[in-house]
Design a binder for this molecule. Structure first.
Ligand SMILES: [Zn+2]
Length: 429
């Protein structure tokens, strides 16, 4: 009799847990987004008194980012930790160093009939999205595209990287064979989209999506404004993905990566980095309005690691804000121009008048012209970057919605994954 009561009680508790589980999780990753990048971008674009929308919560935590073999992680080991709850060695995607495949939160969601999607502003085959859905010993993007086609591990993916999906006879292709992976996805029921108009037409009636909007990475956020580019923003992709995935009544997992924070920070490009954080915040606002409609949703905003070792001295906010294009674009625009034309372009696009011909010669003669331009600008901006690589600082975690209270405190990146598994009532094993 006693045993029977315990069994009934246990079943009741399990039912309660399932009932209280979060239906939808939206995880934002600012790749390389350290605390100083959040601070500087806020001060430059909003003003020092304001907050980014994603900062406006009382549920804030810090996660420790070190990998299994190094204090300073790469994006592959970090994505594996965040998606599965296991630390692994740098360079490994969804795989432990003994070769065992990890189980990702994405897979766990799909096992329970829920949908799963990935969005990024870099190539869809880059380490962060890949670390959420494949198990591979390295980060080779061509091999990752092939693995995506073989296993179809997601319901929706959006970003750049068409070059890995097109057959070799296409001018943009990086493939060495005649395989057309876009066709392969279409044959398996995925709707292929490649521009903003198609993106805005998406409804819940097309539940499987392959969205590739550029051959390589998507353009930098600041350059998109400068060039008046029609390539979709991270916010537009997020809105469309939430329409598609939100049509599954059982729920969904969506990872949204602002991947170019890391790229701009690797180049020590201060203004470029600032605008990529804004790109993340704009996408976050889409998720927040989704949460207002469907409160059975948890939103987490975090980073995989810090990039660049950004240090803020007495940042010249107005100067940084007046830069009109990224250092990457400026360097490409002056590449074939003479010294005086180049100087004029740099002056116009940065708004800094005391750059002289000697500075331009230094940029042109450097083997890393973009870094040289960054050094010149950062002197004026009164910010410093200590590395062109990653650092091992903790990164912030901001949580919103159902079970947001799970995410306060200081914990391992692996624990963030375990908290998501637990909040959603899915198994990590
Ligand atoms: Zn990263």
């Amino acid at each position: 009799m006693k045993k029977r009561i315990i069994t009934v009680l246990l079943a009741f508790i399990l039912q309660l847990t399932a009932l209280s589980a979060v239906k939808n999780i939206i995880l934002f990753i600012g790749d390389g987004m350290g605390t100083a990048a959040v601070d500087l971008s806020r001060m430059v674009l909003l003003g020092k008194e304001k907050l980014w929308d994603f900062e406006n919560t009382i549920y804030i935590g810090l996660q420790k980012t070190y990998s299994e073999n190094l204090l300073t992680t790469d994006s592959a080991a970090a994505a594996t930790a965040l998606s599965s709850g296991y630390k692994t060695a740098n360079g490994l995607l969804g795989t432990l160093s003994n070769g065992t495949a990890t189980k990702s939160i994405l897979k766990a969601f799909r096992e329970t009939g829920r949908s799963a999607g990935l969005i990024t502003t870099v190539t869809v085959t880059h380490a962060t999205p890949a670390g959420f859905c494949v198990s591979m010993p390295d980060r080779d993007e061509l091999a990752i595209a092939d693995e995506y086609a073989k296993t179809k591990p997601f319901d929706l993916i959006m970003g750049g990287g068409r070059q890995y999906f097109m057959p070799k006879n296409s001018t943009v292709s990086k493939r060495t064979d005649n395989i057309n992976l876009i066709k392969d996805f279409q044959n398996c029921g995925y709707t292929y989209i490649s521009n903003t108009a198609q993106l805005s037409e998406l409804t819940g009636k097309t539940p499987k999506i392959l969205g590739l909007f550029s051959d390589s990475s998507m353009p930098n956020a600041l350059d998109k404004r400068f060039l008046n580019s029609s390539v979709p923003t991270l916010a537009q992709m997020t809105r469309a993905a939430l329409t598609v995935l939100g049509s599954n009544p059982k729920g969904f997992f969506l990872m949204v990566e602002s991947g170019k924070i890391d790229f701009r920070a690797h180049a020590n490009d201060t203004a470029g980095t600032v605008w990529e954080v804004n790109e993340l915040n704009e996408a976050f606002k889409e998720a927040l309005s989704f949460l207002n409609k469907d409160t059975d949703t948890l939103i987490i905003v975090t980073a995989d690691h810090e990039t660049g070792g950004l240090t803020l001295l007495y940042p010249r906010l107005q100067l940084i804000k007046s830069q009109k294009a990224t250092n990457e674009l400026i360097v490409s625009l002056i590449k074939n121009k003479d010294i005086s034309q180049s100087l004029k372009t740099v002056n116009e696009l940065t708004g800094i008048k005391d750059i002289n011909e000697e500075d331009i010669i230094k940029i042109k003669e450097s083997s890393t012209p973009e870094i040289e331009l960054s050094k010149i600008l950062n002197e004026r901006y009164e910010v410093r970057w200590s590395t062109v690589g990653h650092t091992c600082s903790n990164v912030n975690v901001y949580a919103f919605g159902k079970k947001a209270e799970f995410f306060t405190g200081v914990y391992e990146n692996t624990e963030l994954a375990i908290k998501m598994f637990s909040a959603a009532g899915v198994s990590p094993n």
